[in-house]
Design a protein around this ligand. Structure first.
Ligand SMILES: *Cc1c(COP(=O)(O)O)cnc(C)c1O
Length: 496
């Protein structure tokens, strides 16, 4: 059954999967959504005998219906290989009576690798299918995590180049080192004198420059983005929910048809939306528990029906969740309007105008699958310490937000349903916050020394992703002013 993609903001923009992946965003500014959610066509018992790659094929083929079997299998094989530190790709752990789905064994030790390791292959395949002959130039502005994951994903992928801009003094030492040591003949990294917003604004300006686009086209290049709203990032994220359920079934941890809860540390709402799609496909999921940090826009939204970004932006120890506009929520809102682009657009226009919107009671009734709550900084640190002391299991701060919210949920609802907490980063990515929680008093140590201290304390081996970059040579040292980004791009492409 063919699946097409519609825009959330107007009718008549329907495209095929490969076109949606190439475009990223619809021309009307909307997000692409599948015109129907396909049902799983294998039983969970059958799926329980499959590897991660096999499961990925069974799920993704239902969405990317204009890809041939060979095209899709090639993409999957290139993505989920020995770039991952474990052959299982996504192992599961158990601590204090709850299951953890560990999505941090990819090249950057965080969950964005799950999608960014396959997106480049989906994108180049989509380009071929649509007879795009230009070389694709990926431009990304990063506050730290996405940049490295995109660099690692696109490194040495044929017919692509990737250019990442980051705020020179606005990322952690480990994050910067990860990026500037990136190998690959098509990878470029530039620090800018400015903050993340400057980098983001600069990239948007380049994307919007029609004259530049025409000039580039004449030279055989076109821009694309690896943005988290691309359906090429959303679809691969559905896979691990199916895989996790099937694995629990195989191991006898749950029975046939038994429903489970999932808890997702949330920022842009992409990961938890994938869980929602998995549920719509027939996966027996009960509550989708949306965990926020002190930037609790989503918690307030689930409670009141009003989405309001007009508030102070809080810098927390779970920076990848420091977000006030959760872009992927638009896909859920669209669904709650009964797939009505006009109503959805009205709400999104209100969001970009006044910074808030309110959904109707009827729409709010459609949110029953979700439960939202949040954890403050102290609760997050306490949770890291509790899990370490009581179970010897070390959580990163993002996962700790989820574990803390889950405790609140249990207390509030007395729900005993078996539960999977989605673990989105390795504790080694945030050694300072983790060590501060477990054993404070390491002020004098640098981030890399803290990794050694964490290894000694936890007995969990330091991932190669951290040890490798300690000694790795610096390969990128470009720095530019925030108004020079376009010039840097032209320099890199040698077409100025
Ligand atoms: C991006 C990220 C999140 C948030 O995921 P969304 O899909 O944006 O909700 C949570 N944890 C970590 C470590 C991340 O990198």
């Amino acid at each position: 059954m063919e699946v097409y993609y519609n825009s959330t903001r107007s009718k008549g923009m329907q495209v095929k999967a490969s076109e949606a992946i190439l475009k990223g965003l619809s021309d009307d500014g909307g997000l692409f959504v599948p015109d129907k959610i396909p049902a799983l066509d294998k039983t969970l018992r059958e799926l329980s005998e499959m590897t991660y790659a096999e499961t990925a094929y069974e799920v993704m083929k239902l969405y990317l219906t204009d890809f041939t079997e060979k095209e899709l299998k090639d993409c999957i094989q290139k993505a989920y290989d020995d770039k991952f530190d474990t052959r299982e790709i996504v192992p599961m752990a158990e601590a204090k009576g709850v299951h953890f789905l560990e999505l941090f064994y990819g090249p950057t030790i965080a969950f964005k690798d799950m999608a960014l390791s396959i997106l480049p292959h989906l994108l180049t395949t989509s380009a071929k299918k649509n007879h795009v002959e230009n070389e694709i130039v990926i431009l990304t502005a990063t506050s730290g995590d996405t940049g490295k994951a995109a660099l690692a994903g696109f490194a040495d992928v044929e017919n692509t180049r990737i250019i990442v801009f980051y705020p020179k003094n606005g990322v952690s030492p480990i994050q910067e080192r990860q990026m500037v040591t990136q190998k690959g003949k098509n990878t470029y990294v530039a620090g800018i004198h400015g903050n993340f917003d400057d980098a983001q604004t600069g990239v948007k300006k380049i994307f919007g420059d029609k004259e530049l686009a025409a000039f580039m086209n004449g030279k055989g290049f076109q821009f694309s983005s690896a943005n988290s709203i691309n359906i090429g990032r959303l679809v691969p994220q559905i896979v691990y929910y199916v895989y996790a359920y099937a694995k629990l079934l195989k191991e006898g941890k749950i029975g046939e048809g038994e429903r489970i809860n999932v808890v997702v540390p949330t920022g842009n709402f992409g990961n938890i939306l994938a869980a929602f799609y998995a549920k719509q496909m027939g996966l027996p999921l009960a509550k989708l528990i949306c965990a926020s940090n002190e930037n609790k826009v989503l918690f307030d939204f689930f409670r009141t029906g009003t989405y309001d970004r007009n508030r102070e932006f809080v810098l927390t120890t779970s920076p990848s969740m420091d977000i006030l506009i959760s872009s992927n929520l638009e896909r859920l809102i669209y669904r709650l309007t009964g797939n009505c682009p006009e109503k959805n657009k009205e709400l999104m226009d209100a969001l970009s105008g006044s910074g808030s919107y309110r959904i109707t009671e009827e729409m709010k009734a459609g949110l029953l699958d979700f439960y939202g709550n949040y954890a403050d900084e102290e609760e997050t640190a306490d949770t890291i310490r509790d899990f370490y002391e009581e179970a010897g299991y070390v959580l990163d701060p993002h996962t700790a937000v989820a574990a803390s919210v889950y405790q609140k949920y249990r207390k509030e609802t007395k729900d005993e349903t078996k539960t999977v907490i989605v673990s989105t980063a390795s504790p080694y990515k945030f050694t300072r916050s983790v060590m501060d929680a477990i054993e404070p008093g390491h002020r004098e140590l640098g981030d890399f020394e803290l990794a050694d201290a964490l290894e000694a304390l936890s007995g969990v081996k330091e991932p190669d992703a951290v040890s490798e970059i300690k000694e790795a040579p610096i390969l990128h040292d470009r720095v530019c002013g925030k108004d020079e980004m376009k010039k840097v791009v032209l320099d890199i492409l040698a077409i100025d």
